[in-house]
Design a protein around this ligand. Structure first.
Ligand SMILES: NC(=O)C1=CN([C@@H]2O[C@H](COP(=O)(O)OP(=O)(O)OC[C@H]3O[C@@H](n4cnc5c(N)ncnc54)[C@H](O)[C@@H]3O)[C@@H](O)[C@H]2O)C=CC1
Ligand SMILES: O=C(O)C(=O)COP(=O)(O)O
Length: 530
């Protein structure tokens, strides 16, 4: 049974998938302080949040069982991603579900700003019929500058065009072709500062975007501009904005987000007559909340159940077509890594992985993560290593990862091989995925074999001499260890050889010592694969 804590208000309908799963137990506890969350997080396998819960390093330290943090929304600035990655906690979000909703909120804010709707409402319901003070401006024929042309920014641009606005777009990833397709003018921040009548920001908050529009930009900004921020507090310098409005340069602003949330009671935005605000409502519609909750719940289930999942925030993204090609090999990669680690002596210095056949034509980086996970799990414990932190752990231990591809298929449609270099030796294991039969180990060091990589194995290196198989069989039999499968590999008659035995239970240390002491036997290793 997996325990999931929902610590922010998340749509019940959206998480019904989790609520109905027989292997999931959900607790909903919202509005917890950091102390309260730290006290209880230790018993949970997953945490589901929106933007309120701050998932700090302290929370993750206390979350000893935590495997996954799900963010029902886009921004993950409330989650310490470095800490999660180091600990192998997978962080997932739901990037698509609230795009339209936030775009529409941006428009609502822009129009409310252009027509003074909140201020006029307050006066009207206060009994004052004031038609003079609230003369607005049209959007038509105005220039809208969009900073950040991602999911939301692009939707805002499309709607602005329907309002007859000229749209300038700035984004480091916006190409001339895409700008043309979207019908926006590819612009620089300076172009936007100079020409825009409305500016709206749709970037994440990063060191680069922090105070992207600050005192310096306000000193040059177009007279009478209106500013909208429904992305993240801090992209626009709040203090500098108030100064720019008070000086008469900026006509007004509409903010859904703040540098600190909730803002202090004396925050100047809360009383400024030319600034309208909402309490981070961009994503708050019934539809968006269902969308993001469904999306994140589906992924969360996959992760907890050990199934393949879409993108994680703290892992490089994998395209869907690449994922579908690689997914069948994940188990093979991990098993081969674990096998190689168990046969090699000494601390690992390098993991060299070679892919051939079908695999040589795809981006195999995600698969290499599974190989590295398999290798490191043996040394660091499978509870501490997973695909999220495998590369990080390898790097922090100065283990070199080398990935190569070759067209040579060795007769297999696909082939994965691992050379493990330790400070004592170099070991080699290769495998393939047999259509309909699953993973197979096809070679160990220089010896071809055909081994189903599962359960307890005994790897024996010996001299190819008559009687040796019998002696080992007798020894195992006398100790009540049943042999399920046997593979013998050799290069030349009478030369060095290996034997891979599948046994029904683990081989105790004493018995292993007795096996190694047999004549003509060089070494024996017990291996366990899941
Ligand atoms: N107010 C609310 O409730 C909500 C706020 N958001 C926020 O809106 C923002 C945008 O979300 P999405 O469009 O879904 O994200 P996105 O990732 O699709 O788009 C962000 C864009 O910003 C661009 N960008 C990054 N650095 C930049 C820079 N220095 N200058 C210009 N562009 C830069 C990126 O290239 C990307 O295209 C995020 O900060 C997100 O957290 C999202 C949903 C709801
Ligand atoms: O998705 C985002 O980035 C948001 O800002 C929405 O935040 P929320 O889920 O409404 O707390």
């Amino acid at each position: 049974m997996f325990k999931v804590l929902v610590s922010d208000p998340i749509s019940d309908l959206g998480i019904s998938l989790l609520a109905e799963a027989s292997d999931i137990a959900i607790d909903k506890k919202t509005g917890l302080s950091e102390d309260e969350l730290a006290d209880i997080i230790g018993e949970y396998d997953a945490l589901l949040v929106r933007s309120q819960t701050r998932v700090t390093d302290r929370i993750m330290t206390a979350g000893k069982q935590l495997k996954v943090i799900g963010r029902a929304g886009v921004g993950v600035d409330n989650i310490d991603l470095d800490s999660a990655t180091k600990r192998g906690i997978i962080v997932i979000n739901a990037p698509d579900g609230n795009t339209i909703t936030t775009c529409e909120h941006t428009f609502a804010m822009m129009m409310a700003l252009a027509r003074h709707i909140p201020q006029a409402y307050m006066k009207t319901v206060g009994g004052v019929w004031d038609r003079k003070s609230f003369v607005g401006v049209e959007l038509r024929n105005k220039v809208l500058g969009v900073l950040g042309m991602g999911r939301i920014g692009s939707e805002v641009a499309a709607r602005a065009k329907a309002f007859g606005m000229t749209v300038y777009g700035y984004d480091p990833f916006l190409t001339e072709e895409r700008a043309e397709k979207l019908g926006v003018r590819l612009a620089s921040v300076d172009d936007i500062i100079r020409d825009a009548d409305f500016i709206t920001v749709h970037t994440p908050l990063t060191p680069e975007t922090r105070h992207m529009i600050g005192r310096e930009q306000f000193s040059r900004i177009k007279q009478g501009v209106r500013i909208v921020n429904c992305a993240r507090g801090g992209i626009i310098d709040e203090e500098a904005l108030v100064e720019a409005i008070d000086s008469g340069r900026v006509a007004g602003a509409a903010f859904d987000v703040f540098e600190e949330e909730p803002p202090a009671a004396d925050h100047p935005f809360l009383t400024h007559p030319k600034i309208i605000v909402t309490p981070h409502l961009g994503a708050s519609t019934v539809e968006a909340q269902e969308n993001v909750a469904i999306d994140v719940s589906e992924q969360l289930l996959h992760i907890l159940r050990g199934e393949a999942f879409k993108n994680a925030v703290n892992m490089p993204p994998v395209a869907a077509d690449v994922l579908s090609k690689l997914e069948p090999y994940f188990a093979l990669g991990k098993t081969l890594g674990s096998f190689a680690a168990q046969i090699a002596e000494g601390p690992v210095k390098e993991i060299a992985v070679t892919y051939s056949g079908d695999l040589a034509n795809v981006d195999t980086q995600p698969l290499t993560r599974y190989v590295v996970e398999g290798v490191l799990s043996h040394h660091l414990g499978s509870d501490h290593v997973n695909v999220v932190n495998a590369m990080h752990l390898a790097k922090s231990r100065e283990v070199k990862i080398v990935e190569t591809k070759t067209q040579s298929t060795k007769g297999f449609t696909n082939h994965v091989s691992i050379t493990l270099r330790t400070d004592k030796e170099e070991r080699y294991a290769a495998g393939t995925l047999l259509n309909g039969f699953g993973p197979r180990i096809t070679q160990v060091d220089k010896f071809p074999v055909d081994v189903e990589p599962h359960g307890h194995l005994l790897l024996i290196s010996h001299h190819d001499k008559p009687g040796i198989i019998g002696r080992i069989g007798t020894l195992l039999g006398n100790n009540d260890v049943n042999i399920a499968t046997m593979q013998v590999g050799r290069k030349v008659v009478g030369g060095a050889a290996i034997m891979v035995l599948g046994v029904d239970k683990g081989v105790p240390k004493d018995l292993l010592r007795d096996i190694i002491a047999l004549p003509d036997l060089n070494n024996a290793k017990v291996i366990h694969l899941n």
